[in-house]
Each structure stands twice: as C-alpha cells, then as structure tokens.
Design a protein around this ligand. Structure first.
Ligand code: TRP
Length: 345
C-alpha cells in the first residue's frame, strides 16, 4: 500500500506538472453532507480546490449524499446539509460556471458502476482498509453495514465515472485512493483500457486540530464552522485548551494545543506560525486567544458575508446543483456505455 511519504513526493511532482499543463488534469473530490464545513476543511482541502480551479484544472465536486449512511442509520437534515454544503463551496470561492457540483443520488449511472467494481476487489482487500476500521470503531452503531464496508468501492465509482485523474484528499483517504487505483487497473486489464489510474494530491498545509487539541470535527463541538458568527467563534476559542506556560511558541510536537491555535491564526493571516508566536511572546493564553479570534473573524468575514447572501437564495443554490447534476449525468451515461461495451466484447 502506498505510504503517506510516497504520496507526498508524488504530490510535489504533480504540482509541477499542474503548473505547466493544468488542462491535462481533471479533479474529482467531495464531502459528505453531514453538517457545515469548518476551518479544517477550508485549509485542508477547500483552499486547494479553489487554487487548482483558478490554475485551470477542471473540477468535479461531489455532495456525497449516499455516503452519509455509512456510520449512521438515518441521514438527518439532509436537504439542509446539501444546500449548506453548496453554499460553503461557493462562498469559499469554487466557481460553478466551470466546476460541476453534483450529488450521488441524482446520477444513476455513477451508482451503477458500483456493481462491476465490486467484482474487482476481494473481501480481504476491503477488510484491510485502516480508515474504514477507524470509522467502524468510532461509529455509534451496533453493527457494521454492508455500505460501510464497501463505500471505498462506491468512492471509486465517484472518481472513475468522470475519469478524474487527480484527487485532492487528506491523508486518511489514501487507503480509499489505493482501492480506486486497483479497481481502475484491474478493469483496464480484464476488459479494455477505459479508466485513468488517478493520483492522490495531498495538501502542503499541516493539518488543523479542533479547539480541544483533538481532530477537528463538528460532532466533537471543537470546530469553527465557516458559517459560524463572530460571537460563536469567540466563544469556541475562549474555551480552547491551552497550557500554563505564558511564553507562546510554535512547537507542534511538544505543545500541540497552543501550537494549533498559533497555526490557526497564522493560516488566517497568511504568515509563518513562528512569527505569529514570537509576536505574542509572553502574553499568555489570553493574548493568544485574542489574536486567534481576531484573525479568524477577519479572515472569514468576506466568506461569511458571501455565504449569508447565498443561503438566502435557495433558488440559485438549487439551480447550481441541478446544472451540475445534469452535466454529471451526461458524463456518467457516456462512461457507463463504455463500460458495458468493454464488458460485452
Ligand atoms: N470520503 C470523503 C469524506 O468523508 C468524501 C468523498 C466521497 C470523497 N467520495 C469521494 C472524497 C471521492 C474524494 C473523492 O470526506
């Protein structure tokens, strides 16, 4: 299995190629509509998508609604979350005039690829996936559904239906990416060369933690949502975990919580975290939290303003998604035809 270090080297190579020939690449990436996107999403992947789109790479963005049911029994507030996700994308700067924003449930031919793809992987391979294992451990369910076990195969269909060759993801998604690559290779060998073997593209930015020093996630109440107001942001940061050394430094290995707050401020200010820490110096946790709150609120102000405008125009958001669904269907129908032809000959 591809290690993170290999993927990092490969990502650097890919960035060089993207700079020279952006139109040789098509990106597919997406998110589960389970709640508002937060700063971790922004600096981990959203900013990267916007940058690559502006560089001239074609972008497919998936609202992964069929993936919501992997670790829960019901998809709550689905309509609201789907709309919210589209608003987050557009507010963050994804341009729907060239990006295709669509959802699983609106593209039947994509889902139909799951069937032949399931035949190309073994139970043992599925069983080995560390990300799925972690999710099974964290899920609040009494049993593991077939969908949980096989969703990485569905994700291969997400990526391959549009023949994307580039998938910007976090490190936790690398095992899934490996399954996609395996499926593409096996299909091409067994039938006919229909699919590219897509590369993962890792973000250069270091990962953000939540305000309590654990993984940033909405369900843990430690995430700063793009859509949160300035007061809610201030409240979350006031409660953030720090330590009792008043001298603020950036030392992620030895002071993870304080360093994470410094990093949040630095990313928002577009500066080096060591400089941000040095400026706060002996100001202690109170000064640090003030800097973080102001930086986040200043940084998110225009994004929040755009998002509020978009959220008020549900007709527009629905139109963006309908147009994306239509484009995705055209592409998916064509690929499914090729797959049928390859398997029938
Ligand atoms: N699994 C991803 C997540 O939980 C969402 C996702 C679904 C995805 N399909 C994808 C990401 C295809 C990249 C490519 O965030």
């Amino acid at each position: 299995m591809e290690t993170a270090a290999v993927a990092e080297d490969r990502s650097r190579e890919l960035e060089e190629r993207i700079a020279v020939e952006p139109d040789a690449f098509r990106i597919l990436t997406g998110d589960r509509p389970t709640g508002p996107l937060h700063l971790g999403h922004y600096f981990g992947t959203l900013a990267n998508r916007v940058r690559l789109q502006r560089a001239g790479v074609e972008l497919f963005v998936l609202v992964a609604d069929y993936q919501v049911l992997t670790d829960r029994d019901v998809a709550d507030h689905l309509r609201e979350h789907v709309e919210g996700l589209v608003a987050d994308y557009l507010a963050a700067g994804i341009d729907p005039s060239t990006a295709t924003i669509f959802r699983h449930s609106a593209v039947p031919a994509l889902n139909q690829l799951m069937l032949p793809f399931l035949s190309l992987v073994s139970i043992a391979e599925l069983n080995r996936n560390p990300t799925v294992k972690d999710e099974i451990a964290a899920a609040r369910q009494t049993s593991v559904s077939g969908l949980m076990f096989t969703y990485p195969v569905h994700q291969a269909a997400d990526i391959l239906f549009c023949k994307a060759n580039l998938v910007p993801v976090g490190r936790d998604q690398l095992p899934h990416q490996e399954i996609t690559r395996t499926i593409a290779r096996r299909f091409n060998e067994r039938y006919a060369p229909v699919f590219p073997v897509p590369d993962a593209l890792l973000s250069a930015a270091p990962g953000l933690l939540g305000t309590d020093g654990r993984k940033m996630s909405k369900s843990r109440g430690n995430a700063i949502a793009l859509s949160a107001g300035p007061d809610e942001t201030a409240r979350l940061i006031r409660r953030a975990v720090t330590d009792d050394d008043r001298h603020i430094t950036y030392a992620p290995d030895t002071r993870p919580e304080v360093s994470n707050l410094v990093l949040i401020a630095a990313l928002c200010q577009g500066r080096d975290p060591h400089d941000v820490a040095a400026e706060i110096g002996d100001g202690g946790a109170a000064a640090l939290k003030k800097v973080v709150t102001d930086s986040v609120n200043d940084f998110l102000r225009p994004i929040r303003a755009r998002r509020a405008e978009l959220a008020a125009d549900r007709t527009y958001l629905g139109g963006v998604l309908a147009e994306g669904n239509e484009r995705a269907n055209t592409v998916a129908d064509r690929t499914l035809e090729e797959v049928r032809a390859a398997m029938a000959s």
